[in-house]
Design a protein around this ligand. Structure first.
Ligand code: NAD
Length: 285
């Protein structure tokens, strides 16, 4: 029977570090300030942004919301970002998605100064991950690494299977782990369509899944003693579940993240850590 990975405990550990670093920054006269840019009205994003604001303020990070109108064009959004890039009081910028379909989100993300890019979405920060020298990275990808480190797992030579190859989760997770010499396989829709997902998953000593399909991974595919990190978030009826068939998988895994309460809280705490990393970076500018 698997041990359940309690994301809240790991998150608390990260927050303890963040609190200490905020004190250090304050003694250097720096108060971290995060500006959240959102475009248009989106009820779901507002709930998420307000929660982010609460989390930041609770720990000592100033948080400001910049709401831009739905009909704003790409150039005007970029001008707003450039103003924030130049403002020395602003130590971090977060661009809330989704953006209106008329604008190119990746292009706009690339305009955030890398040193203020708290979500690690600027291609410069992504590129440093490729070089194995990432400072800021996408929060969920860093959360996965944090969980593995917390468990004290030596990745050297381990069979890791990452299901999902999104730009902000699957790809950076794979890069972070391959850098620690894990033998890392990335699976995606092409793997499933070729009928090969099961054979890859069954080999995994560490299985990480970020797809967004409830029960995509049946419990009996889990290798005996595997570590299972489930990133998926799916609403099934009135319940939130992951991508792995949890009840059956936990009979075979040695460690498994629940959904909710696993990767989610760690990701939230990593954002706070990224804000601090950026503020420290600001100190050296
Ligand atoms: P995405 O939606 O951008 O990409 C989905 C990936 O799944 C793609 O690589 C696609 O090829 C793959 N895929 C689709 N169907 C598949 C199948 N049948 N078999 C194998 N692979 C398949 O992914 P994302 O943005 O990384 O999000 C994935 C999930 O993770 C979502 O449920 C999202 O809500 C969740 N998520 C959670 C957190 C968190 O903090 N817990 C953060 C980010 C995303």
């Amino acid at each position: 029977m698997a041990n359940i990975i309690d994301g809240k405990i790991i998150a608390e550990k990260i927050k303890d570090y963040v609190k200490k670093e905020i004190e250090n920054l304050k003694s250097d006269g720096i108060i971290p300030k995060l500006v959240s840019i959102s475009v248009g009205e989106n009820q779901a994003s507002m709930v998420y942004i307000n929660q982010q604001k609460k989390n930041c303020e609770k720990i000592g990070i100033n948080y400001e919301i910049l709401s831009l109108p739905e009909d704003i064009n790409e150039q005007e959004i970029i001008e707003n970002i450039e103003k924030l890039n130049k403002n020395p009081e602003v130590t971090g910028i977060i661009l809330q998605l989704p953006l209106p379909k008329t604008v190119d989100a990746r292009k706009i993300q690339s305009k955030i100064l890398p040193e203020k890019d708290v979500e690690g979405v600027n291609p410069v920060n992504m590129g440093w991950i490729v070089y194995g020298r990432g400072i800021i990275g996408p929060c969920t990808a860093l959360a996965v690494k944090e969980i593995i480190d917390y468990l004290g797992i030596n990745l050297y030579g381990k069979e890791v299977v990452m299901v999902g190859h999104s730009d902000i989760v699957g790809k950076p997770v794979a890069l972070l782990l391959v850098d620690k010499f894990a033998t890392t396989t990335i699976c995606h829709i092409g793997t499933s369509d070729a009928g090969k997902l099961e054979e890859h998953v069954k080999r995994a000593e560490i299985l990480i899944v970020a797809v967004g399909k409830a029960n995509l991974i049946p419990g009996d595919w889990i290798r005996e003693g595997a570590i299972v990190i489930d990133i998926g978030i799916n609403k099934v009826g009135d319940k939130i579940v992951g991508d792995v068939e949890f009840e059956k998988a936990k009979e075979k895994a040695s460690w498994i993240t629940p959904v909710p309460g696993g990767v989610g809280p760690v990701t939230t705490a990593i954002l706070l850590k990224n804000v601090i990393m950026c503020a420290k970076w600001a100190k050296n500018r």
